[in-house]
Design a protein around this ligand. Structure first.
Ligand code: FHN
Length: 441
C-alpha cells in the first residue's frame, strides 16, 4: 500500500508541477498577440447577460436579475421549472448584431453559462441547456456566432466558473450555500472536468472566438481552480482566443487581458476592485442601467452622455468599454437601451477617429477630461469644464497645430514652461465632449 501511495504522490506532484509550469511559462502566440492589438484598437464592445432568469425579471426587486436564484434562495428543484417558461420567439441575431454595429461596437461578450449553471448553448454533456430544456429549443449562441461571422463582429463567451446547480461544485464557496438542495458532498475534480468539457464545446463547436471571459473565482478565493490546466486547454484549442478572468486580483499567467467591473482602471467605487493595473490589454465592464440581467424594476438607465463619458474615460486610461445589456425573455433588447446604443453610435460615427485605434494620451487623466493618442495626433477630450480657458500641465511636447476636432477651426493657445493654455469659448464647446486635436511636431 505504501509503495502505491508514493507512486501516487509522485504522479500528483508531476501533474501539479506541469500545471504550475503551464501557468508560469505561458508565452502568447503571434496570433494571440495580434488579437490583443485588435482588442485594444476595438475599444468598444457589448456585454450580454441573458439566461432563463430573465423570465423572472429580477423578481420585482432592483439589482437582483441574474442573481435571483441566490437572492431569493430558490432551490434547484424549483428553479429547474424556469427554463420551461423561456421562449424568446422575438430573438433575432441579425437585429442584435446590426444594433451592436450601429452603436459603434466591435465585439460581443455573451453569457454562455452564468452562475445558475444553465447553458445558453447546445451542450452535449449536460441537458441543462437551452436546446434540451426550453420550449424554444434553439442554440442562440450558434445563431449569434454565425451572424457575428457574417457581420465581422468578434464573439467572446462569458463562462461562470461558479455553479449553483452542479452537484460537484463542492466544497461550496461564498454563495449557493444551504438553499439549493444539493448534498453536502461532491467531487471537485469532476466539476473541473465538467467545466473544461463545456469550455471544449464552446471552443470547438462555434468557430474562431474572440476569447473567454471568466467569472466566479471570487466565490472561492482559495479554491483549487487549477486554472493553468484550463487556460492551457483553451490556448491549445484556440491559441488566438483571449482569456480574461473577473477575479478582481492581479492577472494570473495565461490571462491575456484584465477587466475591471463597474470601475475605471485604478478606481474602486465598488469597493471590491484590486488596485493592480497590469500591462495586459484592459477592459472595464459597465451596466447600461443598474443590473446585468433583465430587471423589470430597474429604471436607472444611464444617459447617452454618461455612457459616452465612460467610453472616453476608459479610452483615456488605455481601456475598452464593455457595455452591458440584459435582454428580455422575449429575445428583445429593452427600447430604452436600444435608444442609448443608437445615440452612442451617432457619437462614434462623428468622433470614432479619436477613440478607435488610439491609446492613452501623453496627458494623465484629470477631472476635466482625458487624452487619447494615435502617433502625432493627440486628442484632448474636455468632458467637464465650465471655464473658457484650460491650462494643461505639464506639457513638454512641441506643437505643430491645435484645432477643434469637430470643424478643424483653430484653437487659440499659448505654450510655455507653465504648460499648454487653451482658449475654449463657450460657443465652441460640445455638451457631450469638446475634442481638441493637437498635432505634435
Ligand atoms: O456575479 C456576477 C454578476 O452576475 C455579473 O456577471 C458581473 C459581471 O461582471 N460579474 C459578477 C459580479 O462581480
Amino acid at each position: 500500500m505504501k509503495r502505491i501511495g508514493i507512486h501516487l504522490f509522485i504522479i500528483v506532484c508531476f501533474t501539479l508541477s506541469n500545471i504550475l509550469v503551464a501557468q508560469e511559462n505561458y508565452i502568447p502566440t503571434q496570433e494571440n498577440l495580434k488579437n490583443r492589438q485588435w482588442f485594444q484598437d476595438a475599444k468598444f464592445g457589448m456585454f450580454v447577460h441573458w439566461g432563463v432568469y430573465s423570465v423572472l425579471g429580477g423578481g420585482g426587486d432592483a439589482g437582483i436579475a441574474e442573481w435571483i436564484m441566490q437572492n431569493k434562495k430558490i432551490p434547484i428543484k424549483q428553479y429547474e421549472k424556469v427554463p420551461s417558461f423561456f421562449n424568446p420567439l422575438n430573438f433575432d441575431a441579425a437585429q442584435w448584431v446590426s444594433m451592436v454595429k450601429g452603436a459603434g461596437m466591435k465585439y460581443i461578450t455573451i453569457t454562455s453559462k452564468h452562475h445558475d449553471g444553465f447553458a445558453m448553448y447546445d451542450s452535449k454533456i449536460s441537458d441543462y441547456n437551452i436546446v434540451d430544456n426550453t420550449p424554444y429549443g434553439k442554440d442562440v449562441i450558434k445563431m449569434l456566432a454565425d451572424e457575428c461571422r457574417k457581420q465581422d463582429v468578434k464573439l467572446f463567451f462569458y463562462y461562470s466558473q461558479l455553479d449553483w446547480h452542479h452537484p460537484d461544485y463542492y466544497p461550496r464557496g461564498r454563495t449557493g450555500q444551504g438553499f439549493t438542495g444539493r448534498e453536502e458532498s461532491g467531487d471537485w475534480n469532476a466539476y473541473l472536468d465538467y467545466m473544461n468539457a463545456q469550455l471544449t464545446e464552446l471552443l470547438t463547436a462555434y468557430g474562431p472566438i474572440g476569447g473567454i471571459w471568466f467569472d466566479g473565482m471570487w466565490d472561492k478565493k482559495d479554491g483549487d481552480w487549477q486554472q493553468g490546466k484550463t487556460y492551457q486547454l483553451i490556448h491549445k484549442l484556440q491559441p488566438g482566443a483571449l482569456i480574461g478572468s473577473n477575479h478582481h486580483v492581479k492577472p494570473y499567467p495565461g490571462e491575456d487581458f484584465q477587466m475591471f467591473e463597474q470601475d475605471l482602471p485604478g478606481e474602486n467605487t465598488t469597493g471590491w476592485q484590486g488596485s493592480h493595473i497590469s500591462e495586459l490589454p484592459l477592459e472595464m465592464c459597465l451596466t447600461i442601467n443598474g443590473s446585468w440581467g433583465f430587471n423589470l424594476m430597474d429604471q436607472n438607465h444611464k444617459s447617452p452622455k454618461e455612457l459616452v463619458h465612460m467610453l472616453v474615460k476608459a479610452a483615456g486610461r488605455n481601456a475598452n468599454l464593455l457595455l452591458n445589456v440584459g435582454p428580455m425573455p422575449n429575445g428583445e433588447i429593452q427600447p430604452e437601451h436600444k435608444t442609448s446604443l443608437k445615440a452612442m453610435g451617432e457619437w462614434m460615427d462623428k468622433n470614432g477617429e479619436t477613440i478607435y485605434g488610439t491609446r492613452r494620451g501623453i496627458l494623465a487623466a484629470e477631472d476635466w477630461g482625458v487624452s487619447t493618442q494615435k502617433g502625432k495626433k493627440l486628442y484632448i477630450h474636455v468632458l467637464d469644464w465650465d471655464k473658457e480657458v484650460l491650462l494643461v500641465q505639464p506639457f513638454k511636447e512641441k506643437v505643430q497645430s491645435v484645432v477643434f476636432f469637430k470643424d478643424k477651426s483653430k484653437v487659440k493657445y499659448r505654450l510655455d514652461q507653465y504648460g499648454l493654455l487653451l482658449e475654449i469659448p463657450n460657443d465652441k464647446k460640445n455638451e457631450m465632449d469638446t475634442i481638441i486635436e493637437v498635432t505634435l511636431k
